[in-house]
Ligand binder design. Structure first.
Ligand SMILES: Cc1cc2nc3c(=O)[nH]c(=O)nc-3n(C[C@H](O)[C@H](O)[C@H](O)COP(=O)(O)OP(=O)(O)OC[C@H]3O[C@@H](n4cnc5c(N)ncnc54)[C@H](O)[C@@H]3O)c2cc1C
Length: 417
């Protein structure tokens, strides 16, 4: 295999992981991003390597719940109604993905990716300072009401069927495992196999430092377009064009704009999430805790407790809505009454999300020198390692570890092949 000049667009966890995997194959790698590494969506996530999260968002149950959730101002799901006209084609595709056969297919595909997720990190974190930010804590889902716990049984059984440990906790054991949790919760389920990252932004920064240490470049510039040429591709930036043999588009939610310039359609939308980063770790849990009712995570981070969640469908460039953080703070205090919320920082970021909850990983139909690696929705931290490996395997012509067909770009285009 010949070493190539590869430009990776996007220095989030996905782009940096692609860069590290490509370097392992001897490629000369240049990461281009207008921000420093890890400042996009990868900055503020809940830090869970959630390899058990194999159920797509679009399910018959979710469709049933959506109208009720949209009508409540405090629900974890929010739609900015004035953006509905531009979001409706995406929602129509989302609804079509809720058919049982599609749910089974997406679950199988996510399960395949998740099964490879931690192995996908092993080689790029070995000997890296990033590894010291990874902890084997497990995580747990907590249910305030018995009926929500009962409703989650099926999903938890599905996780167990795919080989992940699932342990229902009750009474005394529950409070022993999760001290600080309010006393009247109905049930909890612990997933002991799960790892977490205690500082997601620093994790990316450290992997980016490894890119540089291995001879790669990480530079600040915004890519404005891609121009395929015989024998490669020109990457256009305000500072001029960079010629590359190959380009990896890992620009998160902005990947769609770059793809459309080439005539590709990825099916991404911005699913905005928020966090409140509490300065104090007091009263927080020893592992990330997902609220079964309110769908936010309380995570013990290196520098405090993070309350993270919300699925807000709106244009990526709209201002953040401070009410979403207030809801997270209220819900967090309600679940963990000892939390110290007075001093906190807030953040909003855009997940790039497809209607079938599967990432887009594969070659452009229009320009074979372009590979997409985006659309990782709630699982970008989890799946970045395996994504990098799949991208490198594709360039090297190696057999992929998972079936790549469900991940192909243009799958939401009418009449796509
Ligand atoms: C509240 C919340 C909680 C989450 N919790 C978890 C979790 O616990 N576990 C998990 O696995 N995932 C979680 N996620 C999802 C995860 O954070 C994302 O899937 C992941 O960060 C996506 O990484 P990325 O590299 O694709 O995108 P980003 O981190 O957004 O990186 C994309 C980069 O591309 C750059 N870029 C954009 N346009 C251009 C351009 N034109 N030229 C050059 N560069 C460009 C941007 O500046 C950015 O740095 C969570 C997300 C949110 C919002």
């Amino acid at each position: 295999m010949s070493a190539r000049d590869v430009v990776v667009i996007g220095g989030g966890v996905v782009g940096i992981s692609c860069a590290r995997w490509l370097q392992r194959d001897g490629h000369r790698v240049r990461v281009v991003d207008p921000q420093a590494p890890g400042q996009g969506c990868s900055f503020g996530n809940a830090g869970v390597f959630a390899v058990d999260s194999i159920i797509p968002e679009a399910t018959p149950h979710a469709l049933w719940d959506v109208p009720r959730m949209l009508l409540s101002s405090t629900s974890p799901l929010r739609l900015v109604w004035r953006d509905l006209p531009r979001l409706s084609p995406w929602f129509a595709r989302f609804a079509l993905q809720a058919r049982p056969a599609r749910v089974r297919a997406s679950t199988a595909s996510l399960a395949g990716l998740c099964a490879e997720a931690m192995a996908g990190y092993r080689e790029i974190t070995e000997g890296s300072a990033a590894a010291s930010l990874m902890r084997h804590t497990g995580w747990a889902h907590v249910f305030e009401r018995a009926e929500t716990a009962a409703g989650a049984r099926h999903e938890m059984d599905e996780r167990a069927r795919h080989g992940w440990g699932v342990r229902w906790l009750d009474g005394a054991e529950l409070h022993e495992r999760i001290p600080g949790l309010r006393h009247d919760v109905a049930a909890a389920v612990e997933l002991p196999d799960i790892w977490m990252c205690v500082d997601p932004a620093r994790f990316v920064e450290r992997l980016a430092a490894d890119v540089v240490a291995a001879g790669g470049q990480v530079e600040q510039a915004r890519v404005t377009g891609l121009r395929p040429k015989t024998g490669g591709i020109d990457v256009q930036t305000a500072g001029g064009a960079i010629h590359a043999d190959h380009v990896v588009v890992a620009a998160g939610v902005d990947s769609e704009g770059l793809a459309s310039g080439l005539g590709d359609r990825l099916g991404l939308t911005a699913e905005r999430g928020y966090h409140a980063m509490l300065e104090s770790g007091e009263g927080g849990p020893p592992m990330p805790i997902m609220s079964g009712e309110h769908k936010f995570v309380t995570s013990p981070m290196a520098n405090g407790v993070r309350l993270a969640g919300t699925a807000e469908f709106a244009r990526a460039d709209r201002a953040a809505d401070p009410r979403r953080v207030r809801i997270l703070l209220d819900r967090g205090r309600n679940l963990f009454p000892g939390l110290r919320t007075e001093s906190h920082a807030t953040w909003m970021g855009c997940r790039s999300t497809t209607p079938d909850s599967l990432p887009v990983i594969g070659r452009s139909a229009a320009a074979p020198a372009v590979t997409y690696a985006c659309g990782h929705q709630h699982l970008g931290l989890t799946l970045a390692g395996i994504t990098g490996r799949l991208v490198a395997d594709d360039l090297a012509g190696r057999e992929p570890r998972v079936d790549m067909r469900p991940l192909r770009p243009n799958r939401f285009r009418i009449f796509s092949t």
